[in-house]
Design a protein around this ligand. Structure first.
Ligand code: RB5
Length: 148
């Protein structure tokens, strides 16, 4: 996988898994933009989902990884930004398929739900799997439209 800049953010529940995955990414040669949180002290997950979404929107990174207790709160927050397609992932198959079909640019993990090795496998699949395009391209384009 080619080295790239990956933005990461987590709340207190996701802090430890974020740190572990950050180490894996750095060991693989990627640049990591770490937006926090930087401890297990309690914080509000919407602030971190929003910060990561802003970084994707502003082109500071092409891909993002979010972690909270479930992956759900941070993904809801990030998906309010139209430039973000954040998918909650629990297994390597969903990580692969959300790249192939949804061109997801952000993966959200639940540190309280997903084991460490599964999370690592998900991250590899998320980074290594290309978007299939074809019949999926028009559908993904529709995701970027405002609701009418
Ligand atoms: C924090 O307790 C927890 O609510 C948060 O990490 C996340 O799971 C929310 O969706």
């Amino acid at each position: 996988m080619a080295a790239q800049t990956i933005v990461m953010a987590a709340d207190h529940a996701g802090f430890e898994l974020k740190e572990l995955l950050k180490g894996d990414l750095q060991a693989a040669g990627h640049d990591v933009l770490d937006l926090g949180t930087h401890s297990t002290a309690s914080v509000d997950y919407p602030d971190y989902g929003r910060a990561l979404a802003d970084a994707i929107r502003d082109g500071k990174a092409g891909r993002g990884v979010l972690v909270c207790g479930t992956g759900i709160g941070v993904s809801i927050a990030a998906n309010r930004e139209p430039a973000v397609r954040a998918a909650v992932v629990h297994d390597v198959t969903s990580a692969r398929l959300t790249r192939q079909h949804n061109d997801a640019n952000v993966m959200a993990l639940g540190a309280r739900l997903v084991g460490t090795e599964v999370a690592r496998d998900c991250l590899r699949a998320f980074l290594e799997t290309p978007f299939e395009g074809g019949r999926h391209a028009g559908r993904v384009a529709k995701l970027g439209r405002s609701a009418t």
